[in-house]
Design a protein around this ligand. Structure first.
Ligand code: SF4
Length: 323
């Protein structure tokens, strides 16, 4: 059995709701409410759900860009949630992030060469400036950009090119894990496939593990080994990619699945339209938080929160239909 590179156990990130002139705390938004999974070298976990379901907060909490409220994040057995600043900086070299909006995450006042060199010097990679410059030129070519563009600024690149720069910055420091937070959602469909292929190439060459966050199952379909479907801060279904696509079991997964285009247009499938929007996470519905939108809702669903049940090896579903 392969050992876990990353082990996340019962991770919770709650944000206080402050009201009144005195800003008294009157409750919590449970953005992440008990997430658990593990990741091995070279493996990709897809995290999927509508916006506001807590998937980005999960990614940021793992890196402690947002401080989690409780739970455990272990990188190669080392507890990350209690690390002091210096040790956290060292461990962050191994866990990088690629953001959805590469433009917002690239300093507009720096050339792309300086942006990449800064990442290298932050983590003390390269003995001197000349060596770092050589690494930068090599990186640009590896992400499919002409190294002659090294002195250009982020605004001189297209969205797809900027995401390539974002990926170059993440892989520059030789991480083991990359958290890719909706990295293709802002890009044209034709460019999305190129960026997904680039992620795949780096995974093959460097043995990287990914947490790949997306709101669309079709995006994570090809790249993921296993998939967690999130709804209001919890994973409601978790399975290997093949198992999830062959036997989607949670009503929410079925609804998401029904919107994935099928390659053969003569095959008709019924689209399940979800009622309404994701409820306000500051006042989530009682019982199963999906009950206000679920076509299979029963009386018990309105009062009792379902626990995750393993319906086949490694396939976990949190739904009363399986209890
Ligand atoms: Fe639907 Fe009930 Fe299952 Fe929730 S527990 S998904 S409301 S059937």
């Amino acid at each position: 059995m392969s050992t876990a590179l990353l082990k996340v156990t019962d991770l919770k990130t709650y944000f206080p709701i402050n009201n009144g002139i005195l800003k008294k705390s009157t409750g919590f938004v449970k953005a992440v409410d008990g997430i658990s999974f593990s990741l091995t070298k070279g493996e990709t976990l897809g995290l999927v759900g509508e916006s506001g379901c807590g998937k980005s907060t999960t990614g940021r909490s793992i890196l402690r860009l947002i401080e989690p409220t409780s739970g455990s994040v272990k990188y190669k057995g080392v507890e990350v949630t209690t690390l002091k600043k210096n040790d956290l900086r060292k461990i962050r070299k191994n866990m990088q992030i690629v953001f959805q909006d590469p433009y917002a995450s690239l300093n507009p006042r720096l050339t792309i060469g300086s942006i990449l060199e800064e990442a290298l010097s932050t983590h003390r990679i390269g003995n001197h400036s000349k060596e770092r410059k050589e690494i930068v030129m090599d990186l640009l070519e590896k992400v499919g950009l002409n190294s002659k563009l090294v002195d250009r600024y982020p605004h001189e690149f297209s969205g797809g090119q900027r995401q390539r720069i974002g990926i170059a910055r993440a892989v520059a420091v030789n991480p083991s894990i990359i958290i890719a937070d909706e990295p293709v959602s802002a890009l044209d469909v034709s460019i999305q496939a190129q960026i997904l292929n680039l992620f795949q190439d780096f995974q093959d060459k460097m043995g990287l593990a990914y947490i790949f966050i997306a709101h669309d199952l079709s995006v994570v379909k090809h790249i993921s080994d296993k998939i967690g479907v999130m709804y209001l801060g919890r994973i409601v279904e978790f399975a290997s990619k093949d198992e999830l696509f062959n036997h989607p079991s949670h009503p929410y997964t079925n609804a998401l699945m029904s919107s994935v285009p099928v390659p053969n247009p003569t095959l008709k499938k019924e689209r399940i339209i979800l009622k309404g929007d994701v409820p306000n996470p500051a006042s989530p519905p009682s019982g199963c938080t999906f009950h206000t939108r679920c076509h299979a809702c029963m009386d018990i669903c309105k009062t009792v929160q379902p626990k995750g049940i393993e319906i086949s090896p490694g396939h976990i579903v949190a739904c009363h239909l399986y209890n």
